[in-house]
Write a protein that binds this ligand. Sequence first.
Ligand code: SF4
Length: 549
Amino acid sequence: MTTPARPANRHHKRPRGEGQWALGYREPLNKNEELKKNDDGLNVRQRIIDVYSKGGFDSIDPADLRGRMRWYGLYTQRKPGIDGGKTAVLEPEELDDRYFMLRVRIDGGRLTTEQLRVIAEISNLYGRGTADVTDRQNIQLHWIEIESVPDIWARLEAVGLSTTEACGDTPRVIIGCPLAGIDTDEVVDATPHIREIYDSFIGNPDFSNLPRKFKTSVSGCPAHCAVHEINDVSFVGVVDERGEQGFDLWVGGGLSTNPMLAKRLGVFVAPERVSEVYAGVIGIFRDYGYRRLRHRARLKFLVGDWGVEKFREVLEKEYLGYALPDGPAPEQPRGGRRDHVGVFPQKDGNFYVGFAPRVGRLDGDKLHLIADLAERHGSRRVHTTVEQKMVVLDVAPDQVDSLVAELEANDLQVNPSTFRRQTMACTGIEFCKLAIVDTKNTASTLIDELETRLPDFREPLTINVNGCPNSCARIQTADIGLKGQLVVNDAGEQVEGFQIHLGGSLGVNAGFGRKVRGLKTTAAELPDYVERVLRNFDKQKNEGETFTE
Ligand code: SF4
């Protein structure tokens, strides 16, 4: 039997261009693309130094203010006193304060105590003492005035730090395990590869006009702390069947409003090829990424449409010029938690000490104190984690107890409750122009309440709090994810509250939490809600079952 010929589809339309450069769509199809075509974001640096820092806030060209400043980690912060109900209805300029958030990129989370002190000084001199550790290992300062930016850069650059491409449509900070090089069980030390990518691609005008942000993770952490599942490109440490160390390549992960988990291409990347493979993946994104619609411009949409086979083929044939060998999947993560909080041995006989600030919130004085404590106990390195935590490295065995006692005495907990340890919160309405609700204070109150109400709760449990539908605090991958929105309380008033997602996770059973239809709580009732969920779980759980399972 022959297959009947397909009838001609008279309604078949030529697919509408998605703004892919490689298919000839070089003319900008929206305002963001136009802005980038008019002038590379990297060029704003000289204008900040020569013009804006001298002329003040009002001298800033609006296209730079709301666009290109991001290429150097600068966002205007939210004007104080504007409630969440106005977020969507006001024009962006009505939400703009005259102050900036400044993001300092900390690739691989690697910081020396000298660098930490410089950030502390800048925080106290120019940022009203603000300093938040983010869930991408950066440190963010607030209340920055444009006049102080050149001096801030001079101070940062003198110690090898930078804000270049900390935001914008660029290769953002490279996530890495804070224990790279010292972890007793690590699969591969990714440190040199993070450096190599940083040196070759960050601030490189060939890659400074991407369709949107591009997130990278490079790690050989046995606990998979570098969240490879939700980055645009991830190199995950593996050992192949010959016993050679290398990386398994994942592409197309990302959260926000259309969350997708990254996919394995199934290739083995030898250490000496990391840089060229990175160039290939970021090149595909730059050339084939969708630029027409902002909300479709992340790499995950291209990977979703192409599938992994086509992606691999294009990478190998068009970008590398050779085929990559097949490779093994990473081993299942070892250890239940990825946050590196607590005291653990290093390869060299010293110890590392991970501690939990409260939802990543620190201040200039605390950063100085952390640097002091580390140095007094013989350490010169304090690294950041992707869970808004920090780790003091290289502590001699006889110094551990004293360091732990001093950190804890300053509310930097090394043995925190589950709630302190595993609650994260994004910036929220205090400074973020997209926010609808408060996050940091709400999460902090929640931690206090749960510690009082459930003092014996010890199981792993992640609670992630977002101030809007974006997912800076990764709500879809938390056991309890809280998405900020306005809700109606019992008195019929619109108040701050959260849509609840339950059961998300990364790792072996990676998957996104279910948005429970109609399940919302006001911020005021949040502690009651979480307490109820946990008490119910406790009653119904099977022997040995954790909430995460
Ligand atoms: Fe701002 Fe929303 Fe991101 Fe929170 S999740 S920092 S509110 S954009």
